[in-house]
Design a protein around this ligand. Structure first.
Ligand SMILES: Nc1nc2c(c(=O)[nH]1)N[C@H]1C(S)=C(S)[C@@H](COP(=O)(O)O)O[C@H]1N2
Ligand SMILES: [Mo]
Length: 323
């Protein structure tokens, strides 16, 4: 064991693991290139490896001041129903999600529809770090340092026309994902935003967090982040973005229209039919998993604390009705 390894607190077994890992990864990539993914599905531990984001990350002015949730909490306490309904399932099965190669279909009412590779989508945009509060409809919340850019910047590139009143999103459907075999929701997972919501500078496309590429459980390789709405609007592993004229279907609204509206703005004054939304369990630091049971309760803020920025989008709307 080398001294520098001791100093850095690294066990030699970890180094070995790293090497084995790299090998497997190369093998995997080679096989993907050769179109043999089916043969080696299940050996793809590469997805649980942290990969630093390549290039400079700019600190944006969007920085919630609260204590951050730890990387561990953010990557082990998740909702991603395609991978299972238990909070631990997304991490458990993240390696089943095939993220390479990845492309996104952009279609509908725009001048530049097409199939864009992940690189085509991300490359033109400087990557920012934005610290957002995230509030799940199940009344827990985290503070997450996302990496990514405003969705508006991508939208401008593809030039939507005047018929584009909404943006619809879809998640990938892969038969190997354990949740896909069960019909807990209608697949593909679908979400949507009104055009002005999609164009709001707070609305992000994220490809990383804590300076590392997204892991499967957080919606690798590209997901939406809309911090003033309940978490389910922030659709993961996006493969399709469509510009449409009328309000698109969303998975949660289809499954329980009385419980999940289209807008889904965080609102402590509008209870979910089965529970209050007035408070939330803040999963700060390492408070994921069982620790979540003992985490502190904080008051939920209107529009998740982003009302100064976004309340004007809903002026004159009855927010009890348009929930
Ligand atoms: N495709 C897809 N996207 C999804 C979900 C899902 O089940 N499938 N769950 C949503 C819910 S309910 C929440 S709270 C957030 C959780 O994001 P996180 O696990 O990265 O914190 O993802 C959202 N995006
Ligand atoms: Mo959620």
């Amino acid at each position: 064991m080398r001294d520098w390894m001791k100093m850095a607190g690294i066990r030699s077994s970890e180094i070995t693991d790293q090497r084995v890992f790299q090998k497997r990864r190369q093998l995997l990539q080679a096989s993907v290139a050769a179109g043999m993914t089916g043969l080696i599905a299940g050996s793809a531990q590469a997805k649980s490896e942290s990969v630093p984001i390549n290039g400079t990350i700019i600190k944006s002015p969007y920085r919630a001041e609260e204590e951050l949730s730890s990387k561990k909490t953010i990557t082990t306490y998740n909702n991603f129903y395609e991978l299972g309904t238990d909070k631990g399932d997304p991490e458990r099965y993240a390696n089943r999600l095939e993220t390479k190669p990845w492309s996104v279909v952009i279609d509908g009412e725009c001048a530049k529809p097409g199939t864009y590779t992940l690189e085509d989508i991300i490359k033109p945009h400087p990557i920012e770090e934005r610290i957002y509060r995230m509030r799940c409809v199940e009344a827990w919340s985290m503070v997450i340092p996302w990496n990514g850019f405003s969705l508006a910047d991508l939208i401008k590139r593809v030039e939507p026309n005047s018929k584009a009143k909404y943006v619809a999103f879809e998640t990938v459907v892969q038969d190997d994902l354990p949740g896909i075999r069960r019909s807990v929701l209608e697949w593909p997972y679908r979400e949507g935003l009104r055009m002005d919501e999609a164009m709001h500078p707070l609305t992000m496309l994220s490809m990383g967090l804590y300076g590392e590429e997204l892991l499967g459980q957080n919606g690798a390789p590209l997901r939406l982040v809309v911090p003033w709405k309940y978490g389910y609007k922030s659709i993961k592993s996006v493969v399709r973005i469509s510009f449409v004229e009328s309000q698109p279907d969303t998975s949660w609204n289809l499954s329980a229209p009385g419980e999940y509206g289209f807008f889904s703005n965080v609102n402590p004054d509008r209870s979910h039919p089965r529970w209050s939304q007035a408070k939330e369990r803040r999963l700060s630091g390492d408070a994921g998993g069982l620790a979540a049971l003992f985490s502190s309760k904080v008051e939920t803020r209107f529009m998740n604390g982003y009302a100064d920025e976004v309340a004007s989008l809903y002026e004159g709307m009855d927010l009890q009705k348009f929930h």
